[in-house]
Design a protein around this ligand. Structure first.
Ligand code: IYR
Length: 224
């Protein structure tokens, strides 16, 4: 291996295999309770919780450790209203034809439409941006690698952290999403990747039956 500076892995924790079995089972049971929610309460959520979740997301494995992401945590009522107005305008085009029949049919069991009140009323919207150029130091303009993979993993970890904290989330990818760059004042070499809505569920929040049907282990995995 090439010469490189490193320190010993000091924070690895070794559990007994019995504990590993319990931990993995408990973690699965906990993640099973995560559902995408489309009805949010306006109950406030302290910023420090969101900060911790973003810090957790920022530990994601990524290409060459360039950490090619930026998270904009939107709390401002004014900015949330702008996001809602522009996302709904795009979604109206999507639902009134742009999506095509097959896509709209696939969405029917979820009961979604162009109305997105939660974009205004949920306490936090986290806009995730991917960076094609960057580097270890902010401001670097080197090529970034595996940008989509890296940002996808970080987003998954963000959602997991928010769930673990006791919040519910919804991933939202309005099409096109470029309006987010302007609203969040992000530079041209960043692309909006996803919007994650986070907060408490509304009292009448529901989970579509369709979304509860998970494929079995045999369907999603092969052991060879
Ligand atoms: N972006 C639209 C449509 C939508 C698409 C998929 I794929 C979903 O799983 C859910 C919604 C919307 O947010 O309504």
């Amino acid at each position: 291996m090439q010469q490189h500076d490193a320190t010993p892995l000091a924070d690895f924790i070794e559990y007994s295999q019995a504990d590993m079995l319990t931990r993995s089972e408990q973690f699965y049971q906990d993640l099973k309770r995560r559902h995408s929610i489309r009805s949010f309460s306006d109950r406030p959520v302290p910023r420090a919780i969101i900060e911790n979740c973003i810090k957790a997301a920022g530990t994601a494995p990524n290409g060459a450790n360039h950490q090619p992401w930026h998270f904009v945590a939107i709390h401002s009522e004014e900015v949330k209203k702008q996001v809602r107005d522009q996302a709904e305008a795009h979604e109206r085009g999507f639902y009134s034809g742009r999506a095509g029949e097959e896509w709209l049919d696939a969405l029917k069991p979820l009961g979604t439409d162009a109305n997105k009140p939660y974009l205004q009323h949920a306490p936090w919207l986290i806009a995730i941006f991917s960076q094609k150029k960057g580097g270890l130091n902010t401001g670097d303009k080197h090529t970034n690698y595996y940008v989509h993979e890296s940002v996808g993993i970080a987003t998954g970890m963000l959602i997991t952290a928010l769930h673990h904290s006791g919040l519910v989330t919804l991933t939202h990818t309005p099409k096109p999403m470029t309006f987010l760059s302007k609203i969040c004042q992000r530079p041209d070499d960043e692309r909006p990747y996803m919007l994650v809505i986070a907060g408490y569920p509304a009292e009448d929040a529901t989970v579509p039956l369709h979304a509860q049907q998970k494929k079995t282990l045999d369907e999603i995995a092969t052991f060879i």
